[in-house]
Every structure is written in C-alpha cells, then in structure tokens.
Design a protein around this ligand. Structure first.
Ligand SMILES: *Cc1c(COP(=O)(O)O)cnc(C)c1O
Length: 221
C-alpha cells in the first residue's frame, strides 16, 4: 500500500477532479485502509469480484463499474451500482434501463468510446453517434447519461495519449451539443489512469480512475 493517497487527493481537489480508486484485485483490507482515510468512490472491472466486495464492505461506498459489462450481468449490480463507466453499446443501455426500472431507480452511466490505437479495448467508435437519432436517449428513461469515458493507448508517448484524450473531449462536446444540451447531469469526462492522469487533467478530465499508484502493483491476473 502506498501512502500517496493524501497528496494525490490534494492535487485532484485543487483541480476539482474526482477520484475513483480502482480496487480490482485488491483485498478488502486495502480498500478499508483508503476508506478510513475518507475515500468513498471505488472502481471494479468485474461483476464477479464486485459482488462479494459490495456484500462485505461498508454500504456507503459508491461502487463504479469500469470494465466491460455483459448484458446478462447487469441484473446483479443494478440494485446498488453508483456509476457504470463502460456502456459500450446501445443494447447494453437497453438492458440497464430495464434492470433500473425493476429496481425502481435510475442508473447513472457513461458512454465508453474507443479512442486508443489498440484493438483490445472496448468502446463505441467515435463516429457511432452520427447514426443516433435526436431523441435516441428518450427510449431509456431509467438511465441517466452523465458523460463519457475512454482509455488511451498503453504507451510512453504522452503526445499520442494527449491526442486521444483530446479526441474524447471533442466527442464529449459534440454529444453535449447534440443530445444533452442544458442537461446538468451530462458533465463527466472520465479519463486518466496511474500513468497518464496528469495529461488527462490538462485535457479536461473531470474524473480519474487510479489503481496502481494508490494500491501498489496488482498481482498478475
Ligand atoms: C485497471 C483500470 C484502471 C486503473 O489502472 P491503473 O493503471 O492501475 O491506475 C482504470 N480504468 C480501467 C478501465 C481499468 O480497467
């Protein structure tokens, strides 16, 4: 466990950027250690791992789902999930809406876009919104689209990373104009991880997802 939490938090607060502590593969004790220091937002990328942690850990933790989500798993997290960052298809949105209604709540979501030069990462293509209709999102009254999420290429070339984050910010701006004009909920640009969060913040990130820097290295999967 590193002790970088207080300094990272101060840095982010000064810039009004929210911190999601990415706790995937980390034991409950490590999560509690940050919890005791005041952290409430934690991110997990697998439903199977999130569920036992949700059961075991304090109920005022806000759980963020940040990894690829299969439609058939939505029902397990629908009762409690705080924000789903990884909505990568409209079919998935359809299922989230259905499960939200069953739970008598609305679920906050981010649309994940594929901005990296890598084939392995999920996400909507940047031009996907071109084929959406003006009132596309009215079809899903129980989801609240709160912004976008993206992951840059895993590279040391920070200029490439910056270009990819700038692309995501442009997508965010276009969506806001076209679908979410004057919608106060549409406000999050979730980008930036341990290795690239300073660049993400320079590029307009409002929410960073940081794991390794807070918890130390993960055990290999
Ligand atoms: C693992 C992960 C992170 C955090 O990565 P670190 O490099 O450990 O900070 C952020 N976002 C997503 C989607 C992840 O899967």
């Amino acid at each position: 466990m590193s002790n970088l939490y207080p300094s990272i938090l101060n840095e982010l607060r000064a810039k009004e950027v929210q911190l999601v502590a990415v706790s995937k593969t980390q034991p409950e004790q490590a999560i509690l250690e940050l919890y005791r220091q005041g952290q409430r937002d934690f991110g997990e990328n697998r439903v199977q791992e999130l569920l036992p942690k949700y059961e075991a850990l304090p109920k005022d933790i806000r759980w963020h789902l940040i990894g690829h989500l299969q439609s058939n798993k939505v029902k397990y997290i629908a009762p409690f999930v705080h924000l789903i960052h990884s909505v990568d298809s409209l079919d998935l949105l359809n299922e989230i809406d259905k499960q939200a209604a069953k739970n008598h709540r609305s679920i906050d979501c981010l649309l994940q876009f594929h901005i990296a030069q890598e084939s392995s990462k999920y996400g909507l293509l940047p031009d996907a919104p071109d084929s959406w209709s003006q009132n596309q999102f009215e079809a899903w009254p129980n989801v609240r689209i709160c912004g976008v999420m993206g992951m840059a290429t895993f590279t040391e070339d920070m200029e490439q990373v910056r270009g990819e984050f700038q692309l995501l910010r442009r997508i965010f701006g276009r969506l806001r104009e076209r679908f979410f004009f004057e919608n106060e909920h549409f406000r999050h640009l979730s980008m930036g991880m341990s290795d690239d969060y300073p660049v993400a913040i320079e590029t307009g990130s409002t929410m960073v997802r940081i794991g390794t820097l807070l918890f130390g290295d993960r055990a290999p999967a």
